[in-house]
Each structure stands twice: as C-alpha cells, then as structure tokens.
Ligand binder design. Sequence first.
Ligand SMILES: *[C@@H]1O[C@H](CO)[C@@H](O)[C@H](O)[C@H]1NC(C)=O
Ligand SMILES: *[C@@H]1O[C@H](CO)[C@@H](O)[C@H](O)[C@H]1NC(C)=O
Ligand SMILES: [Ca+2]
Ligand SMILES: [Ca+2]
Length: 210
Amino acid sequence: MLLACWSWVCASLVALAGGAKLPDPEVKIEVLHRPFLCHRKSKYGDILLVHHEGFLENGTLFHSSRVHGDKNPVWFTVGIREVIRGWDKGLQNMCAGERRKLTIPPSLAYGKEGKGKIPPDSTLIFDIEIMEIRNGPRSHESFQEMDLNDDWKLSKEEVREYLKKEFLRHGYAPNDTHHEAMAEDIFSKEDENKDGFISAREFTYKHDEL
Ligand SMILES: *[C@@H]1O[C@H](CO)[C@@H](O)[C@H](O)[C@H]1NC(C)=O
Ligand SMILES: *[C@@H]1O[C@H](CO)[C@@H](O)[C@H](O)[C@H]1NC(C)=O
Ligand SMILES: [Ca+2]
Ligand SMILES: [Ca+2]
C-alpha cells in the first residue's frame, strides 16, 4: 500500500521519527554495479521496484525475491519507513539498474527482537538491485485534497493544515512551530514565481527532473 506523501513531508517525518538525540548508526554501502546511463537517481518519496537477497552475517540466505514467494521484484516507497530504516538510508541516490550491497546494523533493521528467520541483534547484509524508479504520489488528487478553497493554488495556511493532518495520520503530535518552518521551507522550493502560492502547475511539475 502506498501512502499519499510528498517527498518533503516524508523526509521530515523520517527525520522526526529518527529522533535527534543519538547519532544515527550508519549503513555501509558498496556499489556492485552502476549502469552507464542514469537519467535520475532515487530520493525520498520515490517508489522503487527492487530485487533483493538478504543474508545473515554468517552467510545464511534468509530471503531472496528471485527465489521465494512469487519470484517478482517488490515495489515500495523509499524514505517513509515502509521498509526497514537501513533500506530507507541505503537506497538513496541510486540509478535504475544499479546494484548495491548494504550492511545494516541491527538498530536499522529488526533490532533486539529479530523477526522470523532473523535472530535478535542481527546485522543484515542485502544485495539489492533497483529495477525501476517512479515518482511518488504527487498527484492531482492530493493537490485537490490540499486546496481547501478550490482556487487552484495552495496558500501557506493550506499547506500548514495539510502538514498537521499528515503528522496526525502518522501518529505524531502536531507542532505549529515545526509546521511553520516546514511550510517556509516548502514555499522556498516550490513557489517558483514567488507569488506566495503554490499553483497546480508548480505543484505538479518537478523542476529537478526537467
Ligand atoms: C547462521 O546463523 C543462523 C542463526 O543464528 C543459524 O541458524 C545458522 O545455522 C548459521 N549458519 C552457519 C553456516 O553457521
Ligand atoms: C516543536 O518544533 C520545534 C521546531 O522544530 C522544536 O524546537 C520543539 O521542541 C517542538 N515542540 C514540541 C512540543 O515537540
Ligand atoms: Ca487554495
Ligand atoms: Ca507560485
């Protein structure tokens, strides 16, 4: 299932969920293959199609999407905790066709509990290939949902309302100071003609991919 989520909202939610107190443990990234052509790189909020193999530190294979289940690659949204945090961190800036080896500490995987075949406190090693990258949901529907007065542009107030709703939906307490800062940040990036509104056009077309 996909969440309607703007990439900048996702990034902020992840930052919030990560907590600001402890320095985050790192994912070790090794690039196994990078394709010659790379039109765009994965980023927060993108939907990725991946094949993956997961190993325990002693080399035991615990899952392979090529061998187990329906043998198809899987779709997920990167950066929003739909998958383990090690994937959210380790699959950024990747090209379609790229293959990486990720070494993920337990705290960014299944932690002290473990899961299924994965014992508690396991460091996991994944071999992951991105088959396809798609834009996350930044759709006409989400624009209409945000545009409360139907004037085909988003005011700061409308964006703040949306952020508040998204935070609640993900189980976080709303925080006006934080939403205000996020709205400022969003407008500085999205309100291209600086008229104080994000138009449907500014919302729909992402400038960084043209
Ligand atoms: C690797 O570790 C798992 C979980 O502790 C264990 O079940 C498996 O037998 C081990 N394999 C080898 C080859 O040591
Ligand atoms: C609200 O957000 C601000 C800015 O991000 C932060 O400094 C403050 O601690 C937050 N307040 C609460 C109650 O979480
Ligand atoms: Ca509006
Ligand atoms: Ca504008």
